[in-house]
Design a binder for this molecule. Structure first.
Ligand code: SAM
Length: 305
């Protein structure tokens, strides 16, 4: 019966009569099945008997296939020092696998109390209850500031609604992995496609939360002929940024820009001189200071700007 669930969550919304019929059957089943009687490991559709069709939910329940869970965690480069938060955690499989297989800590939130109860049971059965927690909570009000990794299997419009919170509440460098749904103009830093034999493919997206670099920057460096002061006005769009630098001699074009978390690199080329002088910057943004190195015409010099 549960195999009729569509992998494409957006289509869940379109198939209301089918869902209504299923909900009746599910409701009938859930009267006789309680969480404590559920098995003690994940199956392709575990938790489906506890799925709710509620107006409070931003997205219905559908578990991520275990092969895809492993791919999401690998894509996030999860390690024992990481704290993972799964927003809309279903039967808990992402958080529990992060703890069991990769040694991480974390928690999941879901508005469905039965699924939260089931996740807690699974975490005990799989002996990771000391490293994970599950809460009945709305993902939009959850404190996510502790996360090193955030995972989501939601819907396009939910991702877009969540995007400002992710960008403002997560620390720079946090990895965000979404199953099947992207985040519009915030382009992913990486995308992978997982082919499946029996169903449509899964697409996974990874973003590295960028630090804020927009605004005016100023620094001094030694150049052939003496110290020079540079100014740069940066215009930032998520992890992309652009701008034009100036010094006493004129304008410098900014190119080859990258921003991954707080790691920044860019190059400047003088537009003023007959000779084309190039500077390659690499550094780390620490609030209103960038520390790193600049390579000038082959020589390397430590600088602060
Ligand atoms: C598609 S399932 C994903 C489950 C799990 N993350 C996975 O990938 O296997 C989405 C889950 O989000 C939950 N959910 C929907 N709206 C929510 C909200 N506003 N706050 C918290 N959970 C929510 C649903 O109950 C459902 O369990």
């Amino acid at each position: 019966m549960f195999q009729k669930f569509s992998r494409n969550l957006s289509s869940l919304r379109l198939s209301i009569p089918v869902l209504a019929a299923m909900a009746i059957v599910v409701a009938a089943v859930s009267c006789s099945v309680n969480v404590q009687n559920a098995g003690s490991k994940f199956t392709p559709y575990s938790g489906a008997e506890f799925a709710e069709q509620s107006d409070n939910l931003d997205v219905g329940y559908e578990p991520t296939a275990m092969a895809v869970v492993n791919a999401m965690l690998t894509m996030a480069s999860i390690s024992p020092k990481d704290f993972l938060i799964d927003l809309g955690s279903g039967d808990g499989r992402i958080v529990i696998t992060a703890a069991k297989r990769f040694g991480a800590h974390g928690f999941g939130v879901d508005l469905n109390p039965k699924l939260v109860e089931l996740s807690i049971k699974y975490s005990r059965d799989m002996r990771v209850a000391d490293r994970v927690a599950f809460y009945v909570q709305d993902l939009f009000v959850t404190d996510i500031s502790k996360a090193d990794v955030v995972t989501m299997y939601l819907l396009q419009e939910v991702n877009l609604k969540l995007r400002p919170k992710l960008l403002s509440d997560l620390k720079p460098g946090t990895r965000v992995v979404s199953h099947d749904f992207h985040m519009g103009e915030w382009r992913p830093d990486k995308t992978i496609i997982i082919p499946k034999e029996d169903r449509e493919k899964s697409v996974l997206y990874l973003w590295i939360v960028p630090t804020k670099v927009s605004g005016k920057w100023q620094w001094r460096i030694s150049m052939p002929g003496g110290e020079q002061t540079f100014s740069l006005e940066v215009d930032q769009h998520f992890q992309n940024f652009a701008g034009v630098a100036t010094n006493e001699k004129g304008k410098w074009r900014l190119f080859d820009t990258t921003l991954r978390g707080d790691q920044i690199s860019f190059s400047l080329v003088s537009e003023a001189d007959d000779r084309m002088i190039r500077q390659d910057y690499e550094g780390r943004v620490k609030s209103n200071v960038i520390e790193g190195t600049v390579t000038l015409s082959g020589g390397v010099k430590e600088t602060r700007f």
